[in-house]
Design a protein around this ligand. Structure first.
Ligand SMILES: Cc1cc2nc3c(=O)[nH]c(=O)nc-3n(C[C@H](O)[C@H](O)[C@H](O)COP(=O)(O)O)c2cc1C
Length: 140
């Protein structure tokens, strides 16, 4: 947000990286995210990407009625991998959070495909993968 003449070299480089990632997102029709669940939420690398692309005046703006997403007309697919089973539970801070931030920039058409129970042993791994594959086939 700093004026160009006030930015030091490191800040300028950070802005260029953010511009690159934001341009890529703005130019896309479909966003595909793949993320493991880490501590009930998203990995820090995905959070860093979000921090680069949620940009006031570029991907959202504040209008008279509050914030308004500028990335309209896009779809998103989010594939998650989880050691346990959390879909639909209050412990799932991944799907609700991603729905909120994607919606904030105007992406409301979001489909989640969860591969769950991958670290639970027994038949859980096979069942979790099969369910995710079935959902993928349905979506594709
Ligand atoms: C740091 C860390 C935190 C994790 N936290 C969770 C968690 O909160 N819930 C869960 O179900 N699995 C958790 N897991 C397990 C991963 O979600 C699971 O192993 C997943 O398959 C990893 O995806 P990957 O196989 O694509 O690396 C965690 C794994 C790591 C390494």
């Amino acid at each position: 947000m700093k004026a160009a003449e006030q930015r030091n070299e490191i800040e300028q480089q950070a802005l260029e990286r953010s511009n690159q990632l934001t341009d890529e997102l703005v130019a896309s029709d479909v966003l595909v995210l793949a993320a493991p669940m880490y501590n009930f939420a998203i990995p820090s690398t995905l959070k860093a990407w979000l921090d680069h692309v949620l940009r006031a005046g570029v991907t959202f703006k504040y209008g008279e009625t509050g914030p308004q997403g500028l990335l309209t007309g896009k779809r998103a697919y989010v594939l998650t991998a989880r050691g346990g089973i959390y879909a639909g539970s209050s412990l799932d801070h991944q799907e609700p959070y991603l729905r909120q931030v994607l919606g904030f920039v105007g992406i409301h058409d979001v489909t989640f495909i969860h591969a769950e129970g991958l670290n639970m042993g027994g038949d859980f791994l096979e069942k979790g993968l099969n369910q995710a594959k079935a959902k993928l086939a349905q979506v594709a």
